[in-house]
Design a protein around this ligand. Structure first.
Ligand SMILES: Cc1cc2nc3c(=O)[nH]c(=O)nc-3n(C[C@H](O)[C@H](O)[C@H](O)COP(=O)(O)OP(=O)(O)OC[C@H]3O[C@@H](n4cnc5c(N)ncnc54)[C@H](O)[C@@H]3O)c2cc1C
Length: 385
């Protein structure tokens, strides 16, 4: 018989990027140190299962676990190589395990926080409370923050692209890399599967993350990522003697399907992270948007408002841009490589990052958009209005 009487103020369902970002932001505020918080995940977060890269100005909340940051980045295709220095932004990398360890060790000293490793089967709510059913128990709370995929929409070939990638951390014996310069996108690769580029992020003169990334409808056989990485390291980076110290594989949905911020009529089930639509549909970047959203949730709770932020005009504006860009690529009107090449050949990289980071003004956006051909974007934009 399941215990049906386990009550909390807040339940965080899923303790990945979004769940732990929210937990940390709650715990650094004394107001929430008296709230009973339950964190449920089916796994213990103790593996280095992903690397997050993102950009921000100044120091962020998770600065102490930033592995490396770059002020200089490169964009490359067959026609041009552009190396640029960022003005205000820094491109940063955080290892998943460092982030999990940091938040979990901080949370360990708080008696108001309980962790459970259980598989969540269902989440529901009524006018009084939200509840989570796991294989073992039923837990109840005032608000429930969900980052599991239980409420995710259907991802189909018609409405989505997959951003899929394999990354190798490689180590060389000799000093080989300039760790001050990261390659954001090297498009000098075969584009037969869709937008295809390499990411090269050196963290020291002898170590770099090299990631083969594609935006397409389906993932490739494992060997294709391996041979693309092997060839690139040999032919483009001209490295023959190296050791692979870490491998990561990932799939991020880039979707026109609606990932909703809330999943009930009572405003108690709040979707966060990818589940809440905080993965940018046109780029797959999530980390920086999760940070803004979880900060807003905490602010709303402090102001005794419903924690779920209402979509602002700006949120809707950026969503529309993302949907338009994705529609253009999905419909085959333009290739991803062509779009990014046009942007990076004509506009300031800082302005592009501002735009892609949802931090630009409408005036800034106009400048970016006018680097692109009107017809395909107009048509896709009208369809996605
Ligand atoms: C390999 C990889 C690399 C990435 N790199 C970047 C990057 O560089 N920059 C960037 O911005 N984004 C990146 N992303 C995208 C995105 O930032 C991550 O996917 C991020 O982890 C999403 O956060 P989240 O909290 O929504 O989901 P997750 O971090 O996946 O957390 C969800 C949690 O819910 C748990 N869970 C799910 N279902 C259940 C269930 N039924 N019961 C119990 N627990 C459950 C899972 O175990 C997991 O811990 C990457 C993604 C991957 C996979």
């Amino acid at each position: 018989m399941k215990n049906n009487d386990l009550k909390y103020d807040y339940i965080i369902a899923g303790s990945g990027c979004a769940g732990l970002s929210l937990l940390y932001r709650l715990l650094i505020n004394p107001v929430f140190q008296s709230k009973k918080i339950l964190v449920i995940d089916r796994v213990q977060k103790n593996e280095n299962d992903r690397t997050w890269c993102f950009w921000e100005e100044g120091k962020g909340l998770f600065e102490s676990v930033v592995t490396h940051e770059w002020k200089s980045l490169i964009f490359k295709n067959e026609d041009f190589t552009r190396q640029f220095d960022l003005e205000n932004y820094r491109y940063k990398m955080i290892q998943g395990k460092d982030f999990y360890d940091f938040v979990l060790s901080h949370a360990a000293s708080f008696e108001n926080v309980t962790f459970k490793n259980e598989n969540i089967k269902g989440i529901t709510s009524d006018s009084i409370e939200a509840s989570v059913e796991t294989e073992e128990n039923i837990y109840r709370s005032q608000y429930l923050f969900n980052s599991t995929s239980l409420f995710n929409p259907n991802i189909t070939e018609e409405n989505s692209l997959l951003q899929h990638f394999t990354g190798w951390v490689i180590k060389t014996k000799e000093a080989t890399f300039d760790s001050k310069v990261g390659t954001l996108m090297d498009f000098t690769l075969d584009q037969k599967h869709g937008a295809t580029f390499m990411y090269v992020l050196p963290t020291s003169p002898t170590e770099a993350l090299v990631e083969y990334t594609l935006f397409s409808k389906s993932v490739l056989p494992k060997e294709e990522y391996q041979s693309a990485l092997t060839d690139y390291i040999k032919d483009n980076l001209q490295i023959s003697d190296y050791e692979i110290t870490h491998i990561e594989f990932g799939i991020i949905p880039m979707s026109l399907a609606k990932f909703e911020r809330k999943s009930d009529a009572f405003n108690r089930l709040i979707n966060i992270g990818t589940a809440g639509g905080y993965t940018k549909a046109s780029s797959g970047y999530t980390f920086q948007f999760v940070q803004k959203n979880t900060a807003q949730i905490v602010k709303n709770l402090l102001e005794q408002k419903n924690p779920n932020p209402e979509k602002s005009f700006d949120d809707k504006r950026f969503e529309w841009y993302d949907r338009t860009l994705l529609e253009v690529i999905l419909s085959g009107k333009m290739e991803g490589k062509e779009i990014f090449s046009l942007m990076f050949s004509k506009r300031s990289p800082e302005a592009i990052l501002k735009f892609l980071g949802n931090e630009s003004t409408i005036w800034d956006d106009l400048k970016i958009v006018t680097a692109l051909p009107i017809a395909p974007f107009m048509k896709a934009g009208l369809k996605q209005l």
